[in-house]
Structures are given as structure tokens and as C-alpha cells.
Design a protein around this ligand. Structure first.
Ligand code: ZN
Length: 329
């Protein structure tokens, strides 16, 4: 109840929105809707409108403050969100303003972090690569995970941006069928799969995992947005600006391997856990294809419609040992 349901060939049918009309959610007809889960000072918060409340306090201690345990039962979060909207509970009063709050990564310690390479045709093409026939999976080591508006530490002159839709696993599992996959997705957020192309291409075959795993190379957020909050979670516009220039402008509708396919594929190989994170790949327009890399002071702004924006300023710090390896375009 309240989770995405498949009813059509498109694989997606949204429940009626409580926000279409005057029904503001008394909770007894539509069932629980979605939620936006954030992290402030290491504590899970629900974002409702422009305010946020502490999950543990608002639930009178029924729910813990740990994101991974909360994500294992997203319906409980949706129900709490419903009660907040209905004014049935307020936790620590009316909550605090989102504006000015310092949000951490919504999942600070994901058990596993997967990345998907070459998952948009125009990105495969710009790299001169064939479209893969199975998902091309790498890992970002989890110490790369950073707050949504973290500074990015550049340790060579060959670092690159990759704006991405990030999937956050809810109830885990293995051997998940494609048709059941959305039920295992707690939500979606915005991510940057920052890549040091010098490290990535210093070895043959390329070292995706290392090149994408420097500290600060995985900002995610601002919130985990449950699919129920979105009109169509399988068709989301994603843009990346560097300073004022649009560098990437795509739609997740163009994913070669879509979210259900990725969740199912991964779960047939490795058990998925609540809080696991999947960076689903980047659309065309990355810097390496143009010979344009990130520099000190650059500001990367990544937006996914309906989910939010993360903003990351680049800081050039001292070189790593492979910093002078020039990556091939
Ligand atoms: Zn990527």
C-alpha cells in the first residue's frame, strides 16, 4: 500500500495525488503517500514543504534515527509523513526551516555503492564506445560519499563531472524480478559521480572504481525522494551546469538499462541491502569528451526535476601520485 504498482506496459502507475485537489491527506482514503528523507547532524529528518522534523522525535521514538534501518521499511516513513502533513504529530514543534540547514548525505554509510558506466547512448557515443549489452558495473568506495553541497577536492587537473540519478535501495533482497524491482527502491536522489580521469585511465583496462572514489567524489542528496512523490519516476530531466554553462541536459527516460533492470540484474549477483546506492550513469556532455576538466573555483550545479539540486564547489588541493598521467579523450 502506498508503494509503486505496475499496471501498464510502461511499468508505472502513480496513485492519485492528494495534492491535486482539496484533499490534504486525512490518511484514510488514499493510504500513505511518499516522503523526503534527509540528514541533519547525523539524524534522519523528514522534509515536508519548506520545513523538516526529526524522525525519531516526530514518531515518539517508534522510528529510529538511522537512515539504513528507516529505509528498510519505507512505508513507515510514508505513514509518518502523512501524519505530519495532517498535523497529527509535529515532533519537535513546527519543525525547522530547510533554508539555511546543513544537510548531510541522506545515506551517509551505504553498505554498497554501485556505479553504472555507459548507460546513455549519447554518453557511450561521445566516448567512442559501443552500447553495452549488459550493465557495466563498478563500485564507488563508500568513503567517496559526501554531503549534497560538499566541496569537491581535485587532486589533478583531469577531474570531471557526471550528473546522475541515484537509486537508494529500501527493502533489500536477492533475485528480485524486474516487475518487483520498484518495491525495493526506497527513493531517488541527485548525485555527482566525480571522476579523476588520470587515475581512471592510468591502467589498462581503466580503473573506474579507483578513479571515481577519491574522498568527496560522491556527493548525493539533497534528500531521498520516494517514487510516490514523483509524477513519473522513470522520466526525469537531469541537468548539470558548470558555473553558468549547461554541460549536460538529458532525461532518465533515455537510460539504456532502466531502474528495474539494474535492481534486478544486481540482485541476481549480490544481495541488495537497505541503503545501498546505485549511481545509474550519466548522460552525454562530460568534460573528458571535450578536453575540458574541472578547475579550482568551478561550481557544479546538478538538478533533477522533482527531486532537487546539489551544488558543489571545486577546490584544487595537492597532487596525487598519478596526477600527471594525461587521459586519452
Ligand atoms: Zn558515472
Amino acid at each position: 500500500h502506498g508503494r509503486p504498482r505496475r499496471t501498464s506496459a510502461h511499468g508505472w502507475s502513480r496513485q492519485p495525488s492528494r495534492f491535486d485537489g482539496t484533499d490534504v491527506g486525512d490518511g484514510d482514503d488514499d493510504g500513505p503517500m511518499g516522503f523526503r528523507l534527509g540528514n541533519v547532524d547525523g539524524r534522519a529528518v523528514l522534509v515536508v514543504g519548506g520545513r523538516f522534523v526529526d524522525v525519531e522525535a516526530a514518531s515518539d521514538g517508534d522510528l529510529q534515527s538511522d537512515a539504513r534501518s528507516l529505509l528498510s521499511s519505507p512505508d513507515a516513513l510514508a505513514e509518518l509523513d502523512d501524519r505530519l502533513r495532517a498535523g497529527a504529530t509535529s515532533g519537535d514543534g513546527a519543525g525547522r526551516d530547510v533554508a539555511g540547514a546543513d544537510f548531510g548525505p541522506p545515506v551517509a554509510d551505504p553498505p554498497q555503492v554501485f556505479g553504472v558506466g555507459l548507460n546513455y547512448r549519447n554518453h557511450a557515443a561521445e566516448g567512442g564506445m559501443d552500447v553495452p549489452e549488459v550493465p557495466l558495473i563498478f563500485t564507488k568506495f563508500r568513503s567517496s560519499i559526501a554531503r549534497p553541497n560538499a566541496d569537491i577536492e581535485l587532486r589533478s587537473d583531469y577531474c570531471d563531472y557526471e550528473g546522475e540519478l541515484v537509486v537508494v535501495i529500501g527493502p533489500g533482497g536477492r533475485d528480485i524480478a524486474v516487475d518487483d524491482a520498484w518495491a525495493h527502491v526506497a527513493g531517488l536522489c541527485v548525485g555527482q559521480d566525480i571522476s579523476d580521469r588520470a587515475v581512471q585511465m592510468a591502467a589498462t583496462p581503466p580503473q573506474f572504481s579507483l578513479g571515481k572514489s577519491f574522498d568527496t567524489f560522491g556527493p548525493i542528496g539533497p534528500f531521498v525522494v520516494s517514487p510516490d512523490e514523483l509524477d513519473d519516476p522513470s522520466a526525469l530531466r537531469i541537468t548539470t551546469h558548470v558555473n553558468d554553462e549547461v554541460r549536460q541536459d538529458g532525461s532518465t527516460q533515455d537510460l539504456i538499462f532502466d531502474i528495474p533492470t539494474l535492481v534486478s540484474y544486481l540482485s541476481h549477483i549480490t544481495t541488495l541491502h537497505p541503503g545501498d546506492v546505485i549511481f545509474t550513469g550519466t548522460p552525454g556532455g562530460v568534460g573528458v569528451a571535450q578536453g575540458r576538466f574541472l578547475a579550482d573555483g568551478d561550481v557544479i550545479t546538478t538538478t533533477i526535476d522533482g527531486i532537487g539540486t546539489i551544488t558543489n564547489r571545486c577546490r584544487r588541493i595537492p597532487d596525487h601520485p598519478n596526477a600527471t598521467t594525461i587521459p586519452a579523450g
